[in-house]
Design a protein around this ligand. Sequence first.
Ligand code: CAA
Length: 263
Amino acid sequence: MGDAQYAAGLPDDAALAEAGLRLDVDGAVATVTLDRPERRNAMTFATWRALAAIGRSLPADVRVVVLRGEGPSFSAGIDLSMFSGGGGFPAGEDDLDAFIADLQEGFTWLRRPEFVTVAAVHGHAIGAGFQLALGCDIRVVADDVKFCMKEPALGLVPDLTGTKPLVEIVGVNRALELCLTARTVGAEEAARLGLAEITAPAGELDKAVADLVASLLAVNAGAAVATKRLLLEAPGNDLAAQCAAERREQAGRLREMFGGLPG
Ligand code: CAA
């Protein structure tokens, strides 16, 4: 697979196909499909660069981004061919840091407050696939899901932004147990651990996602952006700082809704 550098603007269909992706933008909803079912949607460096390019250039009126996988699995993680023959990793320490930071940008944009990101996860979500689901705001999970953080079993660490959300969701001890056994987590346990906000029978995943998207779009757009920003700040703030953040965001809402502060 090629490794196109992206100019400003959404990658075209050919560049997306090269990266194993499909993108459909329908008004306020963008759907990103991992589209290499014959490789169980294994992802390459090009996939993550294309994801970052999508994140940089989605139309301003997109409010919800859905990530889904074509075929039997959400994603079998990194394409293992990336590791053959050195995998194209740079040799120098600084270069390697910048190289991985660049790949992480394929995941970090999912946290931007302008839109809510939804992972529709079915079948295997392994390694980078699990981390991609963790990068999203809400996980809708089919009852055939199999999450697995496989990196330590391969001699590596999860480095595609997944460790922070994993620890925030399940706690450090459970995160350790999951990562250092590289065991598989099914739908029932995923729901119990908070790794799945919504579960659905495998054949009804699309409907569950569509229902969620409709509910998300029914909420005031400005309030959705401000609330996501506020909630994402909360884990890093003490109570006083978070109270101040609430006041600041509410002042913004009141100004926008009423053209000024009440009173
Ligand atoms: N990379 C490249 N090819 C892959 C792949 C991957 N990660 N996962 C599956 N494929 C290929 C298989 O080689 C197979 O190809 P052929 O048809 O040419 O034989 C094809 O996809 C279908 O795969 P299976 O026949 O194995 O399908 P399955 O449904 O029986 O099993 C699976 C699915 C459990 C996901 C299994 O394919 C598997 O274990 N894949 C490897 C998973 C893995 O180890 N991923 C890396 C995790 S670590 C990470 O992502 C992050 C990191 O930075 C290290």
